[in-house]
Every structure is written in C-alpha cells, then in structure tokens.
Design a binder for this molecule. Sequence first.
Ligand code: HEM
Length: 273
Amino acid sequence: MARLFGLGGRGNGSSDEATKERKSPGERLSEGMNKFQGSQFATSIFRPGSIFRKGYTDSPRNRSYVVMNSVLYHLHPVKVKRHAVKVSYTLCLGGLSFFLFIILTVTGIFLMFFYRPAAANAWGDIKGLQTAVTFGLLVRNMHRWAAHLMVLSVFLHMARVFYHGAYKPPREFNWVIGVILLLLTLLLSFTGYLLPWDQLALWAVTVGTNMMGYTPVFGSQVQFVLIGGATISSATLLRWYVLHVLMFPFVIVIFMAVHFWRVRKDGGISGPL
Ligand code: HEM
C-alpha cells in the first residue's frame, strides 16, 4: 500500500536493490533492447518511422505518421474501412495478382538454376528440367500456370475496378499506374513464352518483332534492337531473357509499390456504389 502512494521506497535503497535483482531475464532483455534503440548507433541506422526507432509516443496520430513514412506500412495500415476488407467487394483480385507475382518470382529463381539462355542449350535445359531435376516438372508447371493466372487475375482486377468506377478522381493516377502494370504483366508473359526456344517461341518472336517493324519512322531500328541483330538468333534469346528475369520484374516491383502506396493515399479502397 505504502508503495502505491510512493512512500515506501524513500530512504530504503535496499528494497530497490532487491527489486532490481529480481528482474526476470525477459525484463533484462527488453531493458537492453531499449538501451540499444536509444543509442546513437541504432538511431543512425534506423530512420524515423521505422518500428525499431524510439521516440514516438504510442498515439493513433503518431501511428498514422509512422505509416505515412513507410511504403511497407501502406500494405498493412493501422486502420482500414470496413467495406475495404469485404472479400465480396474487391474479390481480392489485386492481392491475388500480387500473390501470383510472388509465386512467379520464387519458382522463377528455381528455374534459373537449370536454364541457360543460349540457342544451343535452352530447349535441352527445359527438357532436362522436366525429366532429370527433382521437382523440376512441378516447379516449371507452377511457373507456367501462375503466369497464365496472373494475366487473368490482373485483367479481372481491372474489370472490377472499372465496374466500381474506381478509375474516377481521385484514383485516376492509380488507374494509369494500373495500365502500366497490365502492360508489364503482358510483357513478362510474352518474354517468358520465348524462353523454351521451341517452334511456338520462335514463331511468336518472329511475328511479334515483325509487328514492331511496322512502327512508324523507327520501325527497322526498333526491330533491330529487339532481335539483337538482323535475324533472330541466340542474341535474341539472351536479350529477351534479360528483359524477362531482370528488367521487367524490377520495373514492375517499383510500379507495384507506387500502386499500393497510391491506394492508401487515395483514401483506401473506393466505397460501395
Ligand atoms: C500487377 C498488376 C496489379 C496488381 C498486383 C494490383 C494490385 C492492387 C491491389 C492489391 C489493390 C487493392 C484492392 C484490390 O485488391 O482490388 C489494387 C487497387 C487498385 N488497382 Fe490494381 N493491381 C494491378 C493492376 C491494375 C490494373 C491493370 C489496373 C487498371 C488499369 C489497376 C487499378 C487499380 C485501382 C484504380 C485500384 C483502386 C481500386 C479501388 O479503390 O476500388 N490495377 N490494385
């Protein structure tokens, strides 16, 4: 009781000492963590807004500031509107597209271990992957199916957004980002289609690059750049491989980050009609 009113502790250092000694390992650990978080070393590494950085009192307003400072927190904000978490409104099609992209990245990295982007090796590597590599057939099919499904889900997501009129202000900028995402998804799909270097791939790239050849003014230059020479060859395969595994994934990740950030900045998901 005396402690409750702040009377007991005064002049009684030994009881304080005893309390200190009785600290559990967990308490000592959190004390150590607090010390570390307050140190100059920690604050010089973790920028403001990071969950690792001390200094914000835990209030709804400050929590919102933390979210505003971080793209990652835009994915998982402090508050969302009730209708936004209703699966029947978004059908989770945007989230599904993102999930498929993650699957594509993970399975794609696996495939990269067994595939060489040269005309002499590509088709053989794909065959070897299916017949000689443990789980090779499974992972290749996961990659293929996820690619088909991503094109479908992105398209359906766009239809859902259109149906709800979410392309209108204030979301018109995010609609444009979305169109770029659709384009990048199709480009990823098309460049991946070429990689087995079979008859389908060869004629797809022939038709595709011939079409680019009809671009006004720069047609033949565009075609030359895409083919990597005057005729379709190993250089074409290498070029499209780099676009498929490096360039387009890199660009799409940046646009996705902007897209998710914009969803929050536009006030969350649009409301029901
Ligand atoms: C890689 C492709 C894409 C991904 C990963 C993606 C992801 C998302 C996610 C997770 C959301 C939150 C709501 C939801 O799940 O429906 C969203 C919302 C939105 N997306 Fe996409 N999206 C993609 C492509 C597109 C396309 C092609 C368009 C349109 C051309 C678009 C336009 C929008 C708009 C306007 C919103 C806000 C919707 C609202 O407020 O109701 N997105 N997107």
